[in-house]
Design a protein around this ligand. Structure first.
Ligand SMILES: *Cc1c(COP(=O)(O)O)cnc(C)c1O
Length: 405
């Protein structure tokens, strides 16, 4: 999770360029901005780095998802299939466009189980939204085949997997659209920000207008722009884009260190036969933001978490099963459809129905999973110590378990 770990002169320099001119907005002010266009530059850099035709920066990853859904024409009456393990932002975006979030089980990839996706398809299904959780990818070939067969849109929530790839293509550039988040804890950061990536001209044009009150951006006079449809304001500022511009240039370095540290930790934990690892559809493409591993039972996993906590080494290890923000089990607000303003009663009923289904297949995976976030700042020594401390805990719990049998 390097974004904030490696703040440097490079970020300060880009921000200072903007502070010099004082033009903090990404559009207009062509004269006074003296050729400084950080958002445009970052969009170009994103197209080049990730290999998409077009990129549209917005104010957050959540805004990117909402913008992409609107740009794809997803709305009232539509169902979007998404995984039970994700960040709350994924379903917030679905609700923001008035569509129905249809939650589906994850498998040992920690992403959508293609078999479960098939079973969830109805005549109302409009889109499949895989979430490439914790740095690694969904089984895209299987999902693409389902989309093709049923004529569905494919929207990738790649917010957590910046720099990951699947069979040579960068995550977020494979579907009809894909999104990254550049919030403060993502692989690269703008402080706050996000991007919609697409190879479809229509999706780009719609996103461009939607995120700026419907502006068609065809002229040089903002006031004279036309508004072919109703939009919203999800603009990014030049200050935020400036931070991201410095970060995207450093991304390859971030990823290389991440991969190296990930490999060392994985090697250490591999010494224990009872530990297994997340299945990765294309191991080459893992961005290695996290190392996700399984223990044989929920009971053992809970005991390991408890022991890590007791020894003060739990920081950076995530037991998602008990987490309020990433797994459906604890989303009481969603299960009761608690909103500040009224939802259409049909939508409310659908939300409750889909959030309270049986997720025992997901439970069986998530109850045994721990994800260890991979820091960039670890020294070799710290990494080794961390691995050995983890080994110590796991071995102790496993031997106590055996003794009890
Ligand atoms: C972070 C994240 C988002 C939302 O991004 P924000 O920039 O924080 O709004 C969406 N989906 C996933 C999977 C995320 O991890």
């Amino acid at each position: 999770m390097p974004g904030y770990e490696l703040w440097s002169d490079a970020e300060r320099k880009e921000v200072n360029d903007v502070l010099e001119t004082g033009i903090l907005m990404r559009y207009g002010f062509d004269g006074p901005r003296k050729g400084i266009w950080k958002a445009k530059e970052l969009e170009e850099a994103i197209c080049n780095s990730f290999g998409c035709k077009q990129a549209l920066l917005v104010s957050s990853g959540t805004a990117a998802l909402t913008t992409a859904m609107s740009a794809l024409g997803i709305g009232y009456g539509d169902e979007i299939i998404l995984p039970s393990f994700t960040f709350v932002a994924s379903f917030e975006a679905v609700l923001s466009v008035g569509a129905v979030p249809v939650f589906v089980d994850v498998d040992d990839t920690l992403t959508l189980d293609p078999g479960a996706v098939r079973k969830a398809i109805t005549p109302k299904t409009k889109c499949i939204m895989p979430v490439h959780m914790c740095g690694s990818m969904a089984d895209m070939e299987a999902l693409q085949a389902i989309c093709k067969e049923h004529n569905l849109l494919l929207l990738e929530d790649a917010c957590q997997s910046i720099g990951g790839s699947y069979k040579g293509k960068k995550l977020g550039t494979i579907g009809d659209a894909g999104t990254f988040s550049f919030d403060f804890v993502k692989t690269m950061t703008c402080a706050e920000g996000g991007v919609v990536m697409t190879n479809r001209e229509d999706v780009y044009i719609n996103s461009d207008g939607y995120s700026d009150h419907g502006h068609d951006h065809k002229g040089i006079d903002r006031g004279a722009d036309l508004h072919p449809f109703i939009g919203y304001n999800f603009r990014i500022s030049e200050l935020h884009a400036a931070v991201g511009l410095a970060q995207v240039r450093r991304l390859d370095g971030f990823l290389a260190t991440q991969k190296k540290n990930h490999a060392v930790l994985k090697e250490i934990l591999s010494a224990i036969p009872e530990v297994s690892f997340r299945r990765i559809p294309d191991a080459e493409g893992d961005s290695c933001t996290f190392l996700s591993w399984f223990l044989p039972t929920e009971e053992i996993t809970r005991a390991v978490v408890t022991e890590m906590k007791a020894r003060g080494i739990l920081a950076g290890n995530f037991y998602w099963y008990d987490n309020n923000w990433h797994y459906i089990r604890k989303w009481d607000h969603l299960k009761n459809a608690v909103t500040l303003n009224a939802l259409h009663p049909d939508l409310k009923a659908s939300v409750i129905h889909h959030a309270t289904k049986d997720f025992s297949a997901s439970d069986a995976i998530m109850g045994r999973c721990i994800s260890t976030s991979i820091a960039l700042s670890w020294t070799d020594e710290q990494l080794k110590t961390k691995g050995e401390q983890m080994l110590g805990v796991i071995r102790k719990v496993l031997s106590e378990q055996k003794a009890a049998v």
